[in-house]
Ligand binder design. Structure first.
Ligand SMILES: Nc1ncnc2c1ncn2[C@@H]1O[C@H](COP(=O)(O)OP(=O)(O)OP(=O)(O)O)[C@@H](O)[C@H]1O
Length: 254
């Protein structure tokens, strides 16, 4: 029987000194699932990701994580500047003790999936465009075949075409390999495109105020579906409250 992987928080609270940032957070992420965390700036999304990833320790053992391995992608690519793109991609394999030839073969194969050429792979990060660096960052995250991805706004600095291309590649990887992803975004449309479920966090301290399930397999979601679902969410009271859309609408009328 397949072992069930799960990431779960149970009544998670977190404070930075006297400043409570997260309050009674209960979320779960199952194998093969993508969840998005959306909410206004400063509501605690990144803090929640860092706690779930074990990068920030919690005092109250409110996290269950039975996934075996995880990788990260952030808004900035965070590559090692003294290594070529190829060696950056292969870095996780080196840490696993895999020999140079095999590392390079695997890195070249996954780089191709992200449309990086042999010329690109010889370059150092400072000689790559921002979009290329983000391709390298995704290839690096996936090469070790993790079962859980932590994604903190990895598309937000990209132009609309590149964003769509990388989103599509990531959706294919997630669906084909039954990867799970914990995804933070400001962009509701992106959350609708990518996720099985969306958690809305609002307030200070941040609390989960609503959870939405998005029907239809990600590979079948076309633009019309994404626009319609996003429009529905934008009119939902929990989203309007969370992003203060009611107040902004009222201001717009005055
Ligand atoms: N290391 C830290 N020390 C003290 N306070 C912090 C620290 N990191 C974050 N905070 C505070 O915690 C709150 C939540 O920050 P966090 O970065 O998690 O929010 P966010 O929702 O991810 O914001 P954004 O969408 O703008 O990235 C903010 O008030 C922030 O100032």
């Amino acid at each position: 029987m397949e072992k069930l992987n799960i990431l779960q928080t149970k009544d998670l609270n977190y404070s930075f000194g006297p400043n409570q940032v997260l309050k009674n957070i209960n979320i779960s992420l199952n194998k093969g699932e993508v969840i998005s965390i959306v909410g206004p700036s400063g509501c605690g999304k990144t803090t929640l990701l860092r706690i779930c990833a074990g990068l920030v320790k919690t005092a109250n053992s409110a996290i269950i994580n039975t996934f075996h391995s995880c990788s990260f992608a952030f808004q900035d690519a965070r590559l090692l500047p003294w290594q070529t793109a190829l060696d950056n991609i292969a870095f996780g394999l080196k840490a696993q003790g895999i020999g140079r030839d095999e590392r390079q073969l695997k890195a070249t194969a996954i780089a191709e999936r992200f449309n990086l050429t042999m010329q690109d792979l010889k370059k150092f990060p400072q000689d790559l465009s921002g979009g290329m660096r983000q391709r390298v960052s995704f290839a690096r995250a996936l090469i070790t075949q993790p079962d859980l991805l932590f994604l903190d706004e990895p598309f937000s600095a990209l132009d609309i075409g590149l964003k769509r291309e990388l989103q599509q590649i990531l959706i294919e990887q997630v669906c084909q390999q039954r990867l799970s992803a914990f995804f933070i975004t400001h962009d509701l449309m992106e959350a609708v495109l990518m996720s099985h479920r969306i958690y809305v966090i609002s307030g200070s301290p941040g609390e989960v105020t609503q959870q939405f399930s998005i029907p239809l397999n990600q590979l079948k979601r076309d633009d019309e579906f994404v626009y319609q679902e996003t429009a529905k969410l934008l009119n939902h009271p929990a989203i309007m409250r969370s992003f203060e859309l009611v107040i902004r609408k009222e201001h717009a009328c005055n």
